[in-house]
Design a protein around this ligand. Structure first.
Ligand code: SPV
Ligand code: MN
Length: 624
């Protein structure tokens, strides 16, 4: 069969040929033939699920210098180029044909034009390099949640990362015979002497939703290149839109109730808003930190972690605040560090609590204290968006059974984590599903962080923390959430959290570990052992319940003064927020259903009445 695909056939060795013959699908072969013909690698390696194949790729990454070995066994470092340190939002675009309408908030390019452009950059882009073909699964393989993907990449680092972060699915792909599968074509393009993508001005991530294929070229940063991560999320959101489920930028975790039973929560927080630290809190269990698929199975919401690893921000990971991650990062085992500083085989990063070496190697090359970039700006020793790539199974707090459960776990609550200094209280619950979807999830805002290119510290709208990955009109996306609950027998509760409220002097109003208390309150609400009182924006906790939780969880007295400060409702700021958010949904192409505006109107009416009656800031005690 392969003989009908001359370039592919000629580039594979016997082992790879045998693997492809086992797959035996013309749609796979014609896809690969098209892109090996265009990109022209010197050989093609087809990865099966075997340990040897994973090892082959790991060794390639080291042999080629895409990764370097560190002192601790199994640890490597990878450097992305100085201008390739984050997701490139401006050059990530959907290819749209004449009939596709995605609304003004999505970044699009005419399909024919975009294809022509990206294919011109892919033309010969793999020359002199080996290409790796990977068959991977999203979610536990062989389950109702599973999606399959085939990626071709010329980066051994990308292929290695995929192996740590996702489930190999060569055999599952053959067995499941999926009707359709996601396709990813990646080339780092021409490389410089440090093995970094050279033509950053021609960096493109173009997404074809009709053919479920993503092209990524002239970049190495994992958020732009690891197909199964954010590239697949965009395709999955479009697929979920057609099929009636939800593809979300959410962690999945277990929180124990007072009897020690687990309640599973999903949580959406924009980058660097406390998402990983929440699902990693002491005493609870992590299932996943980034992407979940949610389905209605038998009238309840069930979810899986799409991934099996973490591509986490390493900044501020230290033994005191993150003992479990720290342990993995300082013990034997497979870890890829990226964009840290390496000195004598030891990786260093910002906020690790150690003395900063005077020199070493970092994303800029040989680094020394005071080194400046081309614009005269001092280069930090480690990039603020430096990362670690690990398997979840390496973590002591991993909920292994839930991670591997092919039927997923039942979701009892959904948490949306915003980041603002002056609008949301630390934790609150919505009145019902629609109210939570609209005024909490769809109204999420955060300040920008180093995970995306551009200015840091600006408040940005980020519905369900999924804005960067939306591949359907934004109002339609919200509608899908509203619709999702219609056929449910058990509807998860929805909560909002904000760890970043500030006092007048600029200091944070809540402590780093207080999120453990908010989670316990959430579980108490789910199990029905805490009451809550009504305010115009939702249900708030009683002081006595929080006081008892602070004592039990953190062994600390929680003062009424703190409670009043933290849970005072900033009425005017909440009105202003609604006005900001409403506008963003009003583009007709957004396809926002009327109910969204009605829910905003009602909330605004409640807030305005309160403003008249009690003023701009209202103590929680006033509601009781
Ligand atoms: C995020 O930025 O949301 C991440 C890392 O999880 S990235 O892979 O860059 O998307
Ligand atoms: Mn993410």
């Amino acid at each position: 069969m392969l003989e009908r695909y001359p370039n592919l056939n000629a580039l594979c060795d016997d082992k790879s040929k045998a693997a492809l013959e086992m797959v035996g699908r013309n749609d796979v072969f014609s896809f690969l033939e098209e892109y090996v013909s265009l990109c022209r690698p010197k050989s093609v390696f087809v990865r099966t699920d075997s340990k040897e194949d994973a090892e082959y790729i790991r060794k390639k990454a080291l042999g080629l210098g895409e990764e370097k070995a560190l002192k601790i066994e199994g640890h490597t470092v990878h450097f992305d180029g100085i201008k390739d340190q984050a997701r490139d939002k401006a050059n990530t675009k959907f290819l749209v044909g004449p009939r596709m309408k995605l609304g003004s908030s999505l970044n699009t390019v005419d399909k024919q034009e975009g294809l022509k452009e990206v294919k011109s950059y892919l033309d010969g882009a793999m020359e002199g390099k080996d290409a790796y073909v990977l068959f991977m699964g999203l979610g536990p393989v062989g389950s109702a949640f599973s999606l399959y993907a085939v990626q071709i990449t010329d980066s051994a680092y990308v292929a290695h990362s995929e192996d740590i972060l996702y489930r190999p699915a060569f055999e599952a792909f053959i067995k499941a015979r999926p009707e359709s599968f996601f396709r990813f074509v990646h080339s780092a393009g021409e490389l410089d002497e440090r093995m970094n993508s050279k033509n950053i001005d021609k960096r493109r991530i173009y997404i074809d939703l009709e053919d479920e294929i993503v092209f990524s070229v002239n970049t190495q940063y994992a958020g732009n290149t690891v197909g199964l991560k954010k590239l697949a999320l965009r395709l999955a959101i479009a697929r979920a839109n057609r099929e009636g489920w939800l593809a979300e930028h959410m962690f999945l975790m277990a929180v124990h109730d007072k009897d020690g039973n687990k309640a599973y929560l999903t949580g959406a927080y924009p980058s660097a808003c406390g998402k990983t630290s929440t699902c990693m809190v002491e005493g609870e269990r992590i299932v996943g930190d980034d992407i979940s698929y949610l389905r209605n199975i038998g009238g309840v919401v069930r979810a899986v972690n799409v991934e099996r690893g973490i591509f986490g921000i390493i900044r501020d990971v230290n033994p005191k605040d993150d003992p479990l991650i720290w342990k993995v990062l300082t013990s034997k085992g497979e870890v890829i560090f990226s964009n840290v500083l390496v000195c004598n085989g030891v990786p260093y990063w910002q906020g690790d609590g150690r003395d900063v070496p005077e020199k070493g190697e970092n994303f800029s090359g040989q680094w020394f204290k005071g080194k400046k970039d081309a614009a005269g700006k001092e280069i930090p020793y480690a990039h603020p968006n430096a990362r670690y790539t690990i398997r979840l199974s390496a973590l002591e707090n991993c909920d292994h059974d839930a991670l591997e459960a092919s039927e997923g776990v039942e979701v009892s609550g959904i948490v949306y984590g915003g980041r603002d200094s002056d609008t949301w209280v630390p934790v609150f619950q919505s009145f019902d599903w629609a109210h939570g979807v609209v005024t909490i999830g769809a109204s999420l805002e955060s300040e920008t962080t180093a995970a995306t290119l551009g200015q840091v510290g600006v408040r940005k709208f980020n519905p369900m923390a999924n804005l960067d990955f939306l591949s359907i009109p934004i109002g339609r996306y919200v509608y899908n959430h509203l619709k999702f609950a219609e056929e449910l027998e058990k509807i998860p509760l929805i909560f909002g959290v904000n760890y970043f409220q500030k006092d007048e002097d600029g200091s944070y109003l809540t402590g780093m570990h207080d999120k453990r208390v908010w989670l316990k309150w959430i579980v108490g609400r789910i199990r029905g052992y805490f009451k809550a009182f009504e305010t115009p924006i939702g249900l708030f906790p009683y002081y006595e319940d929080l006081k008892a939780l602070f004592e039990a969880v953190l062994g600390r007295t929680y003062s009424k003064e703190d409670y009043i400060k933290q849970f005072s409702l900033k009425v005017r700021n909440n009105i202003a927020k609604i006005e900001r958010i409403e506008r963003l949904y009003s583009d007709p192409e957004a396809q926002t259903p009327d109910i969204v505006f009605e829910i905003f109107r009602e909330q605004k009416r409640r807030l305005e009445a309160l403003l008249k009656e009690k003023g701009e800031v209202v103590s929680p005690l006033e509601f009781i």
